[in-house]
Structure formats: structure tokens, C-alpha cells
Ligand binder design. Sequence first.
Ligand code: GLN
Length: 240
Amino acid sequence: MNEKRITILQLYPKDMNIYGDWGNVLVLKRRLEWHGYTPVLIEYNPGDSFPSDIDLVLGGGGQDSGQDTVQKDLLSISANLHDLADSGTPMLMICGLYQMFGKFFKAQDGHIIEGISLLDIETHAGPERLIGNIVTASSEFGDIVGYENHSGQTFLGTNIKPFGRVVKGAGNNGQDDTEGARYKNVIGTYLHGSILPKNPNIADFLIEKAVIKKYGEFTPTVIDDRFAELARNVALKRPR
Ligand code: GLN
């Protein structure tokens, strides 16, 4: 049997996985199957040994306390994640882990949660939580819909581009209209929701990058995304 496997690494599902982030894993698994690949899911939690042969990396959001819990371990696997990102491995990091892929998150009480500096961003807890439905626009992905809930205000450095521009909502910091960050095939974003069911083109982007890196070419199956389209339309009309 000619089984083509794609291995997804989910970072810290016990501590960093809220507001529907789990749905991103389900979408990737199902769409990989529809495209003719066999998804293999590896869950990575603190203390685990870092697996080899990873094709795609996913990370979710969490409470500040969850970020504290995983911080030491995340720093210990920083070199592995840098190597994967630099060699073009696609990654999707949501909210809490998006912040920790940056330089640091300075929490409300002033303590610093150090990140792995893969993204040239820094985050400072702000006076109010930025909560609600969000729509952003990206030249690559079109309208992106999701839900945000964070106290952190993220600021991009000079070496990084935003993932999208805010159409409705707060985004990185509520001030400069940027949302998320993009480095090579790594996407960092505040969009929970979960993001991939309502934005299947982003799921297929991650899959395409993973498949091309591993197998050299990717021929997508045409997938009937009518339900995703309906969900997007409802989400686009929802008030903030
Ligand atoms: N604790 C972080 C913040 O509030 C991350 C929140 C989240 O992941 N939803 O900014």
C-alpha cells in the first residue's frame, strides 16, 4: 500500500488549547485524508522527548498560568523548532503560543514569560482584555474570520510582517491595525474560533507546504466547502 503520511505535532495540548483550538487539529486530519494523505498526530507535552520527522506544527492558546507551565520546556525545544521553521516546515501558532514564539510576554503583574524569538514580536499585557469576533484581510488568504480573547498587546519588530490587517476587531494591539505575524511558513495569530474550519484555505496552505516539503509535489482534491462557506458568512456578519 502506497501510504503517504503527514505527521502533525501538536504542542502542549494539555496546557495550551482553548476556545476551540482543538478544531484545528481535526480539520487538518480530515482535509489531509480528503487530499489522499494519512495524518499522524503526535501530542507533545512538557517532558516528552522531541520527535523526529515532523511535517507540520500546531499550537494553541492558554491562560497566562498555562504559559508559565510550558515556558521552561518550550525554551528547551527552541532549537528544534527554529530548525523546522527555517527549513520551511509549516506551523500555526495561536494566541498564547503565538506570543511565546516571540521574544517575551510581559504579564499584568510584571513577570516576564520568555519566548523562543522565532518571530520578531514582543507582547505586553494591556489594561483591558481584547475580546470578540474578528475579521482580518490578507492579500494571500482574503478575508480571515475568527474570535480573539487576549490581554496581551503584541508589537511587531522591523524584521517581520503581519499575518493580516484588521477589518473588525483589535488584532495584535488594538492600535496599529496589524494582526498576527508571518515568518517563512510560520503563521502566528490571535484568531481562535477555531480558525481552520472557517478558513479552509489556510488549512490547505499548511497542508500544501507540508506535502511539497516531504513529497516534492501536491495535487489537491477539490473539496466541497459549502458548509465552511456558510459558517464564514455567518461569522462575517456577527457583531463584534
Ligand atoms: N494569556 C495570554 C493573554 O491573555 C494568551 C491568551 C490566549 O491564549 N487566549 O494575552
